[in-house]
Design a binder for this molecule. Structure first.
Ligand code: PMV
Length: 295
């Protein structure tokens, strides 16, 4: 049985969402595909390699198999992964692979899991591997669409072009979340206020997103990026890229944990076209479908 789940971008609110502030997140039209076939032992085949149950090379897939087996014991399975989502880039590839594997296992072993069950299992896997996390990625990979988090309120996104540029450097979520936690411990009275500012930005974006108000969104991207820089999750390469994009008329920010990974940008059509050429960017569509079986 084959299943797929979408990547996501965080439009506003990463990191602050770990501390119960709002974030705006949407599934996008890049997917991870997982195929599960009954077998006598466990084999995992992916672009990362061919292994058995291996918590080093394939942590998310291995924990997904382990968590699924707690609900429905299995003798063995062969899992094949193919993905359009760049790894460790802030686009939620880990959650997408987890959710796609759980759905494929559900289909192959006829476990009758609902999407809520899949989300719960994927959330456990996220904590198994990372030890910390807001649960946003597994939620979006499971349900798709665009959402205000943690309220789980669906939001509408008007006709805007969303540019994604991969810095080519890895973004390690657990590392970045830990870095922010340390800063918050040292300066709670400052960092909490930054989180409040990010919260206000996320809430303010809802109306602008619905209207496709590029001017307001550009200002909010700028403000959010300044806050992310303040909490230490940007770096010199990202700062330079954001600066260069600004010169082209694009307002850009980190999406996801930062320290590398992808940045997202918004601007008028001409600026976007130029930025795509110059920085190897690509456009993504918001509101993609959540986890599903594939033929
Ligand atoms: O980089 P990603 O796609 O893993 O997103 C991380 C988002 C954070 O807010 C930094 C952490 C979280 O769990 O919400």
């Amino acid at each position: 049985m084959k299943a797929s789940a979408p990547a996501k971008i965080i439009l506003f609110g990463e990191h602050a969402v770990v501390y119960k502030r709002h974030a705006v997140v949407t599934a996008i039209n890049l997917r991870c595909y997982a195929e599960a076939k009954k077998s006598n032992d466990i084999k995992i085949v992916s672009p990362l390699g061919i292994t058995g149950l291996d918590f080093e090379v394939h942590p998310y897939v291995s924990y997904a198999i382990k968590r699924f087996s707690e609900i429905k014991p299995i003798n063995g399975v062969e899992i094949k992964i193919e993905s359009e989502i760049p790894i460790a880039s802030g686009l939620g590839s880990s959650a997408a692979v987890t959710v796609a594997v759980l759905k494929a296992l559900d289909g192959e072993f006829e476990a009758g899991l609902s999407n809520d069950d899949i989300f719960e299992l994927a959330r456990k896997v996220e904590l198994d591997v990372q030890g910390i996390g807001s649960g946003t990625d597994p939620f979006i990979a499971t349900f798709g669409g665009a959402w205000l988090i943690p309220d789980r309120k669906p939001i509408k996104i008007g006709n805007i072009k969303l540019l994604v540029i991969n810095t080519g450097e890895s973004s390690i979520t657990a590392e970045m979340v830990r870095k922010v936690a340390e800063l918050r411990e040292r300066h709670p009275e400052v960092v909490e206020k930054i989180f409040d500012a990010i919260d206000a930005i996320a809430l303010k974006s809802i109306d602008a997103l619905e209207k496709g108000d590029v001017k307001t969104l550009s200002e909010l991207f700028f403000l959010n990026q300044c806050m992310l820089k303040a909490i230490g999750v940007s770096n010199r390469k990202i700062d330079k890229l954001v600066e260069k994009l600004t010169e082209l008329g694009i307002s850009a920010k980190i999406t996801g944990a930062g320290g590398g990974g992808c940045i997202i940008g918004i601007g008028d059509d001409k600026s976007i076209e130029r930025a795509m050429k110059e920085f190897n960017g690509f456009l993504v569509e918001a509101g993609a479908e959540g986890v599903r079986f594939e033929d």
